[in-house]
Design a protein around this ligand. Sequence first.
Ligand SMILES: [Zn+2]
Length: 381
Amino acid sequence: MPLPDTMTMLRELIAAPSISSTTPDWDQSNLAVIEHLHTWLEALGFNCEVMPVPGEPTKANLIATLGSGPGGLVLSGHTDTVPCDPQLWRSDPFKVEERDQRLYGLGTCDMKGFLALAVEAAKSFTDQPLKSPLIILATADEESSMSGARALVDAGRPKARAAVIGEPSSLKPVRMHKGMMMEAVRIEGRSGHSSDPSLGANALDAMQQVLNELAAFRSELQSRYHNSDFRVDVPTLNFGCIHGGDNPNRICGQCELEFDLRPLPGMSLEGLRDAISARLLPFGERFGVKLEARPLFPGIPAFETPASSELVNLAEKLTGHKAQAVAYGTEAPFLQQLGMDTIILGPGSIDQAHQPDEYLALDQIQPTIDILKQMITRYCL
Ligand SMILES: [Zn+2]
């Protein structure tokens, strides 16, 4: 089978819808995308393994390996996209349309485009023996639960010396991002007539103290942790929503708060959760209510690769840009947990990701292929 060219591969990847969402009605399988990559990479001589994602029969990761041995390089991209509003698009989100020197389509920059370019870069290395493996990794559910990346960590694979995640970074290397936690505090009191407080246990009174305590915790974190590489240079804690009670003349029987916490590199998710529980749980007893603090999802750890890393230095040399810190989360901390020197470096701008009329500028394509080929040469030849 002759292998399709870059544009054909991109068209086929975009035409295979693979939305992932925590809202079940929008969530789709990614198997069609995995199947395309599997076919192309197998034709190039890669050894392909489709790895099921536990508990999700319609999702899978692909680990495609060319060559063998220790060391090597992983080129990683997620196969899923966010949901879209087709009525806000100028063209069909699932059909690549070229206009104004740009390729429009859902996933062109975030980030099926990178996967097509990684396959394109790999084409130049199939007729020579590699000293170390080149691994193209395609993951599931990055935009929702990161269950694909979590499954890789559980499986302890893949392993290589270095990993490049091609999230849209305008071809500037990224070596740091914050983590993300979304947590809930639920307070169950007892309602009763407002005229006599002893008839119930007021969940809102307890929640008021919880808010104060969390605000104090936030101040402590912000005075303790600071990293000037980030535009917002402290950890943040945002009170996102609160729901509870029903009537002014009833003792509030139930109240729930949701907040988001974005730790800096060096702050562990478990450590933060333990600290939050230790500070909040005593309010349950004090107010005679049931108080529960729980994560809304497992969270994404903060990520940092040292400025002195070999991969950071190579990426800075190849791109002419100093590695930076960004405000979005990625699968990087998971690949790093597997022992790989990890950076984020990909075509297209994060400004176009998750937007109607998402596009990849044509002038990003050849430079991406060139950079990837030089990285493969460095790590695999
Ligand atoms: Zn992405």
